[in-house]
Design a protein around this ligand. Structure first.
Ligand SMILES: *Cc1c(COP(=O)(O)O)cnc(C)c1O
Length: 425
């Protein structure tokens, strides 16, 4: 299988290159040249297969030329060493809990797979890879954990001071070893800008820098796994299955679309966003207008220019009707989010995190009684304690000890970061 640049279908690379480079030279995203269809035998057997077997079969057509079958199976099995349970909420609505991994957010799946693939491809090289990652919380902890102790890889995380929860900060700063956490005196965009500057800085060209952000194909593809596993118990009912996906950069939703295109029996998607409604506006009126992000309670989705929009455009050949035939969308306010966390706790005895709450609200708006609805719980409510506790009295995340945190504080100046990086060469 080859992977093309969404900006130029004639520019193709192998998976290893797409993984290591992150972006195509024209700054577009990589995407499989074709989406393979899985066999009907696979779908018939789906309910009886283990999660690892399902994931392995789903990813194999993309990687069969580059990774041995036994190595790939081992990587997939190690990636999915935690549960992906589907839990009933009310009526025909279920949640797919994606927070049972080591850092309690769905990003663990992509980060674990990507890190293992990178170390697989780098195993015969004596050159260290240095991964730079800017984060608003969940990405940094998932990537740090995914690469922790992995030979030949060093990770530098940049997180904005005072803008991540204690729980998230603990996850990023408690590891040490090959993980360095930098606390930047600025906002997420400052962290992002520093990382971007480093990638185009000629002085750093020989440092073997790599990125681990969510546009990397190595994170995107494995995110299809849990759409397959979640459908296991429902395909035999013959009912229409609708997934609601709390979305920011739309990587998770794009992975779901890939699963559907591979033949998984998904009827439609709901793109659930907070008031950062760039995609919702596109669905409503056919016009894509990126805008600056605004802060909300579901801050992992505070994205005004969703990076995977170009992949969705590629899949649906820029056809607005094709997109709206498959994807509904909604934009949910902070007030409604809090109210849903409260009522879901009271009526259904289930504690939502703010992102899952957005997903549930949007799903309830579109789901019919004769369908099966599944919304993704993208993170554990502990990670967003300050929001959840506004809706549920006495809600408390376990206390974390930050006194032994390994972190280095820095201004938002690129030069300071650069000196730090050069000194660590
Ligand atoms: C990253 C994240 C999202 C958004 O996922 P995208 O793939 O960027 O759309 C949603 N919820 C949580 C908790 C996240 O960490």
């Amino acid at each position: 299988m080859k992977f093309l640049s969404t900006g130029n279908s004639f520019y193709t690379v192998d998976f290893k290159t797409a993984l290591m480079d992150g972006l195509a030279p024209d700054r577009s995203l990589f995407f499989p040249c074709e989406i393979p269809k899985l066999s009907s035998a696979f779908f018939d057997a789906l309910p009886d297969l283990s999660n690892s077997e399902i994931a392995y079969q789903a990813i194999l057509p993309y990687l069969v030329d580059e990774v041995s079958e036994s190595d790939l199976y081992a990587i997939v099995e190690d990636t999915l060493n935690f549960d992906l349970p589907v839990v009933p909420i009310h009526d025909n609505i279920h949640t797919l809990e994606l927070f049972h991994g080591p850092t309690k957010a769905f990003k663990d799946v992509g980060a674990r797979f990507m890190s293992r693939m990178m170390s697989y491809f780098n195993k015969d090289s004596d050159k260290k890879i240095k991964i730079l990652v800017a984060t608003s919380g969940d990405t940094g902890s998932a990537v740090a954990n995914g690469f922790y102790g992995v030979d030949g890889v060093e990770v530098v995380i940049l997180f904005p001071k005072g803008k991540v929860s204690k729980y998230q900060e603990h996850q990023m700063t408690s590891l040490g070893k090959n993980i360095t956490a930098l606390e930047i005196d600025g906002v997420f965009d400052d962290c992002q800008d520093i990382v971007k500057s480093a990638f185009v800085d000629p002085d750093l060209r020989d440092m073997n820098l790599s990125s681990a952000n969510s546009i990397n194909l190595g994170r995107l593809l494995p995110q299809m796994f849990y759409y397959f596993t979640a459908c296991k118990d429902f395909v035999k009912t013959g009912k229409e299955i609708v997934f609601s996906v709390p979305s920011g950069n739309f990587g998770n939703l794009t992975a779901g679309i890939i699963a559907k295109e591979m033949g998984l029996q998904i009827h439609s998607f709901v793109a659930a966003t907070n008031t950062n409604d760039t995609f919702h506006q596109y669905v409503l009126n056919g016009i894509y207008q990126a805008k600056p992000s605004v802060e909300t309670y579901s801050n992992a989705m505070d994205v005004g220019a969703p990076s995977n929009f170009e992949r969705m455009m590629h899949i649906y050949k820029e056809d607005h009707d094709a997109i709206t035939n498959h994807i509904y969308s909604d934009s949910v306010s902070d007030m409604a989010t809090l109210e849903k966390i409260k009522t879901c706790h009271e009526k259904n005895n289930y504690i939502l995190d703010p992102h899952g709450a957005v997903g549930l609200i949007a799903l309830e708006r579109f789901l019919r009684k004769d369908q099966i609805g599944i919304f993704l719980e993208t993170a554990h409510p502990y990670k967003f304690e300050s929001v959840v506790s506004k809706a549920i009295d006495n809600f408390k995340a376990p206390v974390v000890d930050l006194s032994n945190a390994h972190k280095i504080s820095m201004s938002r100046s690129y030069d300071e970061f650069k000196s730090f990086l050069m000194a660590s060469k």
